[in-house]
Write a protein that binds this ligand. Structure first.
Ligand SMILES: [Zn+2]
Length: 284
């Protein structure tokens, strides 16, 4: 088990000068040698430091991107941004590349995303979410300062353009929104592709990671993904039984419970919504 080191906590001075609701806590954690999780409120980014620069996975949004830049300058003084990778096109993870570069005093850097991310980002026309300059369809491998980075497309999951970065020398992967550590799927699973989603989750285990950082919540390991697979199997079986019995979506959401997952994050709020999302898929 890799020991997690809390590199920095939210500044006490700032914390006491703002009302509670306005607090913006962040935290940078060295997950593995030269690989850092940056948490901003409930969102996580990842960055990898090498001798030739830093690769950033998800700038999050404009304000966190500025803070992320300062954290990078703190842990890797003088290192340029070698590349920015968007996990997927959703604005709450992949906005802020320009703010990140501007804060670093850098004019540009390659921005890498899945090819299907281009259309939704172009349609949004948000100057704070610049288009990717490099795209991939299935797989892209590159090296920066002697460190290899692999980008894997596992098929449609949450969005049709989710890529999973993997850093082989430390065995760290980064998976955003479609899986998390002992946590329900997001609300009623908006933008989820069924049944392709199940293949994408199972496909994670084809990547030889040891540690997996998520877009939300604490990092996990291979067993974390096994539990995600078991959860979605159990959820789908339970909802399929309900559909076979003729239960409506409302009945299923009100009556199905899976006690084995009652301690998971967001169970009370999101489990009935997960049931709704799967019911709609199975009823199509
Ligand atoms: Zn998303």
């Amino acid at each position: 088990m890799i020991r997690l080191r809390i590199a920095m906590l939210f500044s006490v001075a700032l914390a006491t000068s703002l009302p509670l609701a306005a607090q913006a806590p962040y935290e940078t954690t060295e997950i593995a040698d030269g690989v850092y999780q940056f948490r901003w409120q409930n969102h996580n980014a990842l960055f990898m430091v090498s001798d030739e620069g830093v690769v950033v996975f998800d700038p999050i949004e404009v304000e966190p991107a500025g803070r992320l830049a300062r954290e990078i300058m703190r842990v890797a003084p003088g290192a340029p941004i070698a590349a920015i990778v968007y996990s997927h096109s959703d604005a709450d993870h992949s906005t802020g590349a320009s703010a990140l570069l501007e804060t670093m005093g850098q004019a540009s850097a390659p921005i890498i995303a899945h090819e299907n991310a281009v259309a939704p980002i172009r349609a949004r026309a948000n100057p704070d979410q610049p288009l990717p300059t490099v795209t991939l369809a299935e797989r892209l491998t590159f090296r920066i300062g002697g460190r290899e980075v692999q980008l894997h497309y596992l098929g449609p999951s949450h969005s049709d353009n989710m890529i999973v970065p993997f850093i082989p020398d430390v065995g760290v992967a980064f998976a955003v929104d479609f899986v998390a550590n002992d946590r329900m799927g997001f609300q009623d699973l908006p933008g989820w592709y069924f049944p392709d989603f199940f293949d994408a989750v199972a496909g994670l285990l084809q990547i030889p990671f040891e540690t997996i950082v998520f877009g939300h919540g604490p990092a996990g390991d291979r067993a974390t993904i096994q539990r995600q697979i078991a959860y979605y199997d159990d959820l789908t079986s339970a909802v399929r039984d309900a559909v076979d019995r003729g239960w409506s979506e409302d009945q299923a959401a009100a009556q199905i419970r899976l006690a084995a997952y009652a301690t998971w994050n967001q169970y009370e709020a999101w489990f009935p919504l997960n049931v709704r999302g799967v019911h709609r898929w199975l009823s199509r």
